[in-house]
Ligand binder design. Sequence first.
Ligand code: SAM
Ligand code: DTB
Ligand code: SF4
Length: 342
Amino acid sequence: MSSQPLVFHPTPSAVKTVKAEKWPVDEIVALLDLPFTELLFRAQQVHREHFNPTEVELATLLSIKTGGCSEDCGYCPQSSKYDTGVEAQKILPLDTVLKAAKEAKAHGANRFCMGAAWREPKDRDMEKVEEMVREVKALGLETCCTLGMLSEDQVEKLKGAGLDYYNHNLDTAPEFYNNIISTREYQDRLDTLERVRNAGIKVCCGGIVGMGESRRQRAGLIAQIANLDPYPESVPVNNLVQVEGTPLHGVEPIDPLEFVRTIAVARITMPKARVRLSAGRREMGEAIQALCFVAGANSIFYGEKLLTTGNPDIDADRALLDKLGMKAKGTAVDAHYEVASS
Ligand code: SAM
Ligand code: DTB
Ligand code: SF4
């Protein structure tokens, strides 16, 4: 008995036009797989097309609302689900925030980032945060907030207050995400990022490596960020800070040179972004940090504290930048390195 081959004729509604991704995961894996020297050379070439390679942006963080968070992010010392010794506090008063912002400015910071341990802000919090943004901006600092998920209305309020950047991280690749967080979806994060972008606030979006993900999953995270259209203006690359009491405490740390590779690939795929060498710097040592700058990192968190964990102190960072002949963004630069597009 002869049988006809089954042919599937899609109906027009089943035919989707899928926009080609700018950066397929395979291409990013291929970059990560390059010989180290080749990868760093390519990253330097891209970096120098858009930035002065001797200049670093300094962003100071302040936790404006610490601990007691309802989410279960497996890396985070501020989740109420884990016993990490971080105590829940109320939102800081405005004068405390302004004092910290003035100190940051006096130390030469370019940007002041206010972080809150919320799944999302409540409406009664918004007025306070808006006031903080207005007043910090009035000091002449760039402002950034990271408050969790935002509704359209909340995004508009922050825009109205003059917020420059909103930080919301994708954290890891979609296929690894459920190993890390169960209380919010990847899509929720993408939705918040879209609202921020549509409101005309600049996007700061990155992730964490060293959570036990594979190289392909690191590539998957970079692909997600680099394929945002347009890609973020700021890309924080965090190396997991392991905190006792969190589920990720004790995970095998990432090889430091693999961290440098990740920075290089972020630079190549997002040429004009500020790539921030973020959490985990204190554990890294000077040589690895120097390699990260060679790989195209041009921003750091600056000040002795991140949100709840430590960061190199200001004197150590000043000494490192001096040793490397690097300068803070906005301070005198060698005319030789002036570039048009940064
Ligand atoms: N609660 C808000 C949220 O999650 O969107 C904002 C604050 S949350 C602490 C901001 C980001 O800090 C997280 O998305 C994560 O990427 C990073 N982070 C938190 N704990 C970390 C850790 N132990 N090591 C490295 N990065 C961490
Ligand atoms: C980001 O990507 N890293 C920062 C900032 N955005 C908010 C936070 C790092 C937190 C590290 C753990 C802590 O200090 O609690
Ligand atoms: Fe809460 Fe943010 Fe920490 Fe997740 S990362 S537990 S949302 S503070």
